[in-house]
Design a protein around this ligand. Sequence first.
Ligand code: NAI
Length: 712
Amino acid sequence: MAQYRIVSGSVAVISIQNPPVNALSAAVREGLLLSVRAAASDPLVRSVVISGHNGPFCGGADIKEFGNVSHLESGPHLVEIFESVEALAKPVVAAIEGFALGGGLELALACHYRFGHSEARVGLPEVSLGLLPGAGGSQRLPRLLGVRAALDMIVTGRHVAAGEALKLGLLDRLTDGNTVDAAVRFAQSVEGKPLDDRRLGNRPCPPLENIDAFFEEALIHARGQARGAAAPLACVQAVRGAATLPFLKGMELEKRLMETLMTSGQAQASRYCFFTERGAARWTTPTGARWDTCRARPISTAAVIGLGTMGRGITVALARAGLSVVAVETQEHQLDQAQRAVSRMLKGRGGVSYSADLQAAAGADLVVEAVFEDMAVKEEIFKQLSSVCKPGALLASNTSSLDIDRLASCTLRPEQVLGMHFFAPAHVMRLLEVVSGPRTSPQTVAAAMQLGRRMGKVSVAVGNCPGFVGNRMLKPYLEQAYFLLEEGASPELVDAALEEFGFPMGVFKMSDLSGLDIGWRVRKEEGLTGPGVSADQPMRSRRGRRYSPLGDLMCEEGRYGQKTGRGWYLYDRPGGRVARSDPWLRSFLEEYRARHGLLARRIDQQEVLERCLYALINEGFRVLEDGVAASPQNIDAIYVFGYGWPKHRGGPMFYAAQVGLARVLEGLEKYHKAHPDSPHLQPCSLLRRLVASGSPPIHKWSEVVKGHRSQL
Ligand code: NAI
């Protein structure tokens, strides 16, 4: 809806009314157009102010309408409304409070003047939904700011604070007071003044030298920003149109590009991610029971045990969320280093105290343990915490794979023990897996989920199994990558395929970054490593299934990845980050294949993607079947926010649905036939049942999962 009133005798104030963000729904569009027409035809009205009701100016299009073309088609189009705003013969002033985002900013750009509150934010975030500003934004903003600044805003989708917007010329004036009142006074002061130059559609783009070279570079840059994503490229093309075409031709180009994006799978995937992120915190078990109605005990003090890589990041994340934190580390040298690192990250902000004694955790509402990944060490700590900590305190472990229930058994309060699995670096990465064991109480999970929200995390409740959800699914993915090397691929080929798909880093670059030695240590503990038949001939099979000792051999050579300056790639120094191909690796792989009688064959990118991704997806279906994750959406949130799965591909389970479950099943069957000793390629029964029931859409999968026992 849009409210219409006349103030000060001559100013029509049109106020967009659609809480909470004043989105441009069909009813709002209708009301807006009627109000603009009323203002045009009323002889008493000499100027117009457009504002948002009760705070925010406008959050843009109604995202719920995106998926539904009939909704979008009903009511007047934004382009048409904005044209009539711009064409109005009376000055129109946008009064921007809160935020003007997406269609909201496009509306403001169609106005003749833009007045902002000093705390307002503006931006065109369409690109993050796989789209471009498709209601004139891509054409008007470059005409106002020049190509460079406009392109930056449109391709990154970033929010711009009022101060910067004023400097850029995006806002004409700022006020600290009542924005609408100030805009009304301003509108009166410009009544009767010529408007031609204020209409952005009438203006040419400010000239730019070397325009071809500029846009070539912009395209390369946009490609690098999100590999395989179409929207950033379309944004560049649209802005190029603004720089080179007359306004109306540019608008036609914008429309064509928008139509292509709208109907693409990528926009659907990005929109799905938007809802997945918000939905993750609403945890529902596969049986439909909701737990988020639990009353969680508030947490205001926390203790972190072990100040290595993870403990430091966790301390920072907790302190930034406003908790007072006691950080405990037994190694004096580590404690000193951690103290310096944490205060640097917190930029001198307080709230953290340090101790070498576990007793310091006595008063905390929550303890997060982040010591070495060693069951015996962790068991000892949980035993101590059980007696040291006050009754009611929650005891969490940041373990990335160990059994939460075993840790719970070491305490006298198993219902208050849980996993809080952060991702490195913990103060940056958005994902938090909240792991509940069979005895963890719903109140405990609720408290951790709430705390996750306070830390700005995407928190996902998962069940207790080796690797939980994320790392459990990563294992088959890694394994297939190793197998592909044995069969003839190179790390470069595998990584290129995955990076082209959209991962920021291929699997081998990724393992160089996190360190090959970590997995090696885990495999050693599991008794998987070591020589097979003879010392120089490790078996390529363990416990009846195919096993690749490649990672172990690399570690035996001291190739741990970036930290040692060499791994699957070569780095200029230990700790270096720029990966180069290593001729050594090539001959290492050739020798390895020769020793094991393996014939290298040509492997193409499609096989890389299918083997690695289908194996991961298959494990995702097992996770659903086992009730370790409540929904495919939760799995997808974990992969997008913790593992770099490209947003424009929705997440592994969404991707499977988009590819077609029958095709995924067929692929797995084909590869399993070729590699019967690789059980991860054996299609799981849930996938089979979904295909048998006609591959229902992703939000209906739970009906097929039903009947299985939930572990949540
Ligand atoms: P780290 O080796 O960097 O740090 C462990 C720290 O714990 C060391 O400073 C050590 O001195 C300290 N410590 C050991 N015993 C202690 C005790 N009894 N009391 C107090 N402090 C003690 O290890 P990192 O990488 O930080 O990992 C910690 C935990 O987080 C592990 O369980 C790991 O599996 C998990 N994790 C690690 C991730 C990573 O990327 N590094 C990601 C997610 C989880």
